[in-house]
Design a protein around this ligand. Structure first.
Ligand code: LRH
Length: 491
């Protein structure tokens, strides 16, 4: 059987990589070709993504492939959600895309709800309320008289924007567009009234296409400059979480997933959106998945807490490898203090360790002293928050959930996997840690006609990777601890 090579660009809010996924005889192998940082760029009080830098890194990756003479079948790009760039009528990119951690959307929700009631926005979109959703970014950009918006003919979401830079062709891919809070998950079309209320013309968005659509080929200049040739670019599941969920190595629907990275995205895959009184109250989202499925999930602040602490410790001369972090957590005293990972103060604090210490002080808990105390507190609090969210999910899921698949970089953290299993009282199956790149390449493989359904993709993934299962332990202890956690976080 012929070997197929798919190049997956997977770009998160802190780093990106180019992963080569090679498929042969019903199995795949993967290799990271290139990794690069993706940093927020602060300019005069506004926060941006340096899209031109990302473009350079994509080009570098293509050149690396060409240098190794790797015959690439196609390319796919997935990134974090909600953000977008503005394009002028001649196709020029206007400025840099604004970053979702820019505080310009603070307070935007309440202001917008005076124009369209909160319930109505949820009824139309089924999307959880987070102030950085594209809808509220556009609303605030309009209020700010942000020049790129004023001069824009259209917007392109980040994966589509990068594909556009590579090919000169524009699409609006469904899974990423679904994170905007502008799409109706039932009709899978944009809701013009939401844009109109924001003071933005509905013509700023284009018709959506489904994952697997061909965007176009690399431009002649790029094909030549990188030496790779006229390779097709596929609009994969452009939202990183959608690509990750596509790669859950499950055999049936009875699972919940936790896509664990900077964010922890916990949810289920459903055939239909779930837009109910309860999902509204619990602020669950209905984002788009592959094959028209819905990713019914909730964002939980994930490794962001730890990543920020780590940066601070590194600056202070205490750089820890990931293995050291896990070791430190194992050494610290258990169950001393908890935080609500989703407390708004942790969204973008100037100093994360101070924010955590402040939370502990305010809630009458011992303030962490050693780095290990912080780490332990973060891991335990995350596991407890996962339990809180999985309980909500169980109450709303249209089917029985009997295991949790943890995927993404965070699935390599065995201590947290065990804590999670203990807290939720259910088996945790960890892996693949590279779910996003795998899901990305599987959609490319489907476009190439090599696999046909998501279950076939998942079978192939299960046959190609090793997972690890964690069974619940110390359940009674964790039940008591969960009650204490609920008291601290006041729920
Ligand atoms: C994770 C993620 C998440 C979005 C956030 C903006 O990378 O895509 O699903 O909510 O970034």
């Amino acid at each position: 059987m012929k070997k197929h090579n798919f190049l997956a660009f997977d770009i998160g809010a802190t780093s990106g990589r180019a992963v080569l996924v090679s498929l042969m005889n019903g199995k795949f192998e993967m290799r990271e070709l290139h990794r690069f940082p993706n940093n927020l760029l602060e300019l005069h009080g506004k926060y941006y993504w340096n899209i031109y830098n990302l473009y350079e890194e994509l080009k570098k990756s293509l050149s690396l492939c060409a240098r190794e003479d790797i015959p690439v079948d196609s390319i796919g790009i997935d990134t974090w959600g909600v953000d977008f760039g503005y394009l002028a009528s001649d196709g020029s990119l206007l400025g840099l895309p604004r970053a979702y951690r820019d505080p310009y959307t603070e307070g935007a929700l309440e202001e917008y709800f005076r124009l369209v009631p909160r319930e109505e926005v949820y009824r139309l979109t089924g999307i959880q309320f987070m102030n950085f959703n594209s809808l509220f970014q556009l609303f605030r950009a309009r209020k700010e008289d942000f020049a790129p918006l004023k001069n824009a003919e259209e917007i392109l979401f980040i994966p589509d924007l990068l594909s556009y830079l590579l090919t000169g062709k524009k699409v609006c891919e469904y899974t990423d567009a679904s994170t905007s809070q502008l799409l109706n998950p039932v009709t899978k079309q944009f809701e013009p009234s939401l844009l109109e209320a924001a003071g933005v013309s509905p013509s700023i968005v284009r018709q959506v296409v489904m994952p697997g659509t061909l965007v176009g080929e690399l431009t002649d200049v790029l094909a030549e400059e990188t030496g790779i040739g006229k390779i097709p670019v596929i609009a994969v599941a452009g939202h990183d979480t959608a690509s990750a969920v596509a790669a859950v190595p499950a055999r049936d629907e009875h699972f919940a997933y936790l896509s664990s990275g900077t964010w922890s995205l916990m949810g289920i895959e459903t055939e239909q959106p779930i837009i109910t009184e309860e999902s509204y109250r619990n602020n669950f989202t209905n984002e788009g998945g592959i094959e028209g499925t819905t990713r019914f999930l909730k964002n939980i602040t994930g490794m962001w807490l730890l990543e920020q602490c780590r940066k601070e410790w590194e600056k202070a001369g205490r750089a820890y490898a990931y293995s050291e972090i896990v070791e430190l957590a194992g050494q610290a005293a258990p169950f001393v203090r908890f935080v609500d990972p989703d407390d708004p103060r942790f969204a973008n604090p100037t100093c994360m360790t101070k924010a955590i210490a402040g939370y502990c002080e305010e809630t009458g808990q011992p303030v962490p002293e050693m780095d290990a105390d912080f780490i332990r507190c973060i891991f335990e609090s995350l596991a407890l928050r996962y339990n809180e969210v999985i309980r909500m999910l169980k109450g709303m899921a249209p089917f029985r959930i009997d295991r949790l698949h943890v995927i993404g970089g965070g699935s390599k953290n065995n201590l947290l996997n065990q804590f999670t299993a203990n807290a939720i009282g259910m088996p945790v199956i960890a892996g693949p840690s590279e779910a996003t790149a795998i899901g990305n390449s599987m959609v490319q493989a489907r476009s190439a006609g090599i696999v046909s359904t998501r279950w076939e993709m998942r079978q192939l993934i299960a046959d190609s990777i090793q997972t690890e299962t964690f069974l619940p332990q110390d359940e009674t202890v964790w039940k008591d601890v969960y009650d204490r956690y609920l008291q601290v976080v006041k729920r």
